[in-house]
Design a binder for this molecule. Structure first.
Ligand code: HEM
Length: 195
């Protein structure tokens, strides 16, 4: 009988090795008082829009399309853009932070974006309760997928694990995720200056 080697899946490594950054995001969101008023919320939506633009730019890698089912190209940045219109804001920046991000690092960025839809369930409730927004006005970018967040998330994690990356490539995906969190953190830290 072959000895089985205990290995940690990529999805598990991502959760464990980027968890500290997730905690930092929660703290930054709290500090930014995103739901205290519509101005703060609009600036947060701008951050979401820029981040989604960064992530969607990575869908250009042919390998990404092969590995990840239902990429929903331009899905969330379009929703955020419509929300911004509802809120009377037009994004002024066309800067994309991921022009030099390669593959498989790209998958780490996409992990950050896809995973953030889980926390968005809570944010969506806040946007409804505190600001009177909805899936049709102002909070489209936080609304659930018709199929349900958890199902889509599980399928995404499975796709990452099924790709059977080497340890080196897993490290690159994790670095991509850390870079993605870092970018969103920068946006959150500078929320009131975003245009
Ligand atoms: C107040 C803000 C936030 C709250 C309350 C929150 C909450 C959550 C919750 C409840 C989960 C699901 C945990 C589970 O069921 O296993 C989750 C997962 C996740 N969130 Fe957040 N989140 C927030 C902000 C963010 C932000 C800003 C990002 C990224 C920019 C983010 C990225 C992720 C990722 C990648 C996961 C998946 C973790 C994993 O299982 O691998 N979250 N979050």
């Amino acid at each position: 009988m072959n000895a089985t080697v205990e290995t940690t899946s990529l999805s598990q490594r991502l959760k464990t090795e980027t968890g500290h950054e997730h905690d930092r995001m929660e703290q930054l969101m709290e500090k930014a008082k995103v739901f205290a008023n519509k101005t703060n919320y609009a600036q947060h939506t701008l951050a979401q829009y820029y981040f989604q633009q960064d992530v969607e730019n990575l869908y250009r890698h042919a390998e990404v399309e092969k590995i990840i089912p239902d990429l929903e190209v331009r899905g969330r940045s379009q929703a955020a853009l419509q929300d911004l219109e509802d809120l009377g804001i037009e994004p002024q920046s066309e800067e994309i932070a991921t022009l030099n991000v390669g593959y498989p690092e790209a998958l780490g960025w996409i992990y950050v974006s896809k995973g953030s839809t889980l926390g968005a369930a809570f944010l969506f409730k806040e946007a409804q309760a505190k600001l009177g927004l909805s899936a049709e006005f102002g909070a489209r970018n936080l609304a659930a997928y018709p199929e349900g967040r958890m199902r889509v998330w599980k399928r995404f994690k499975q796709a990452l694990d099924d790709a059977h990356f080497s340890k080196e490539d897993q490290d690159k995906v994790i670095q991509g995720a850390l870079d993605g969190f870092s970018r969103f953190g920068e946006l959150l830290e500078n929320l009131d200056q975003l245009k």
